[in-house]
Design a protein around this ligand. Sequence first.
Ligand code: SAM
Length: 282
Amino acid sequence: MCGKLYVVATPIGNLADLSYRAVEILKQVDLIAAEDTRHARMLLQHYGINNRLVSLHQHNEGKVSPGLIDKIKNGLSIALVSDAGTPLLSDPGMPLVKLARQQDVEVSPIPGACALIAALSVSGLPVTQFRYEGFSPRTSSARKVFFSSRKNETVTWVFYESSHRILASLEDLAEIVSSDRQIVLARELTKLHETIVKDSLGRVIEQVKSNIYMRKGEFVVLVEGVVNEKKPAAISEEQKRVLTVLLKACSIKTAVGLATEITGARKKLLYQAALDLSQQAD
Ligand code: SAM
């Protein structure tokens, strides 16, 4: 009989944010594949869980995943955890889950903390659609290219940032988008020094510059999408000239009818323009 793979979300700071079901699953499975076994051990100890751990991280997951899938096919159940939050979201686990799906191994999520979702939920920015980018690039030049390609994005976009780069990253962003753009800085979520700031990019940079604590910890940055104000459709200068001439000799109705035939412009647009021209003439 085939076992099962569980993808288990763990806390992003506050140890109390592990679900009851996650605790049960972590107790019941035969093996826990963890990004860092020492880190996972601390969480397990906190919950009195004494289970077997195996290491699965960015540098070995390609190698160890097939073996873990074989174990599941032989009847074992395995839980996958990362150091914090939801595995696969800027964390290891993709090769394991992909192999499981390819080989018809059952995969079940045990949902819980995720810095991206936690930050979105308190941002006050539109969340119906959003774009998740993972970490921004490490070098300033690569970051500027990254920000440039997103500057006209119309939905909220979100990236993860480290304390070493938060100020440089925001300053690079300010070279690409207007410093009026609304952003949200979500720092140390669920922890003692949780800080959530929503303001213009320029003012957030000032805060980060002037307060050393605003450069410490873990960050999620959310950027408001560009608000596209639809311009009302307009008639061309030539269409307007024809309409103006006709209005001098005919009623609005006749002028609009003739102008539609002559110029091919939409009747509704010509009618609105005729009303505007007549008002101006009055
Ligand atoms: N899988 C995780 C998740 O579900 O959010 C993300 C892992 S990624 C390696 C770690 C990054 O997530 C951090 O560098 C930071 O940008 C963000 N992050 C994690 N915990 C956070 C927290 N408590 N507050 C703010 N950002 C956090």
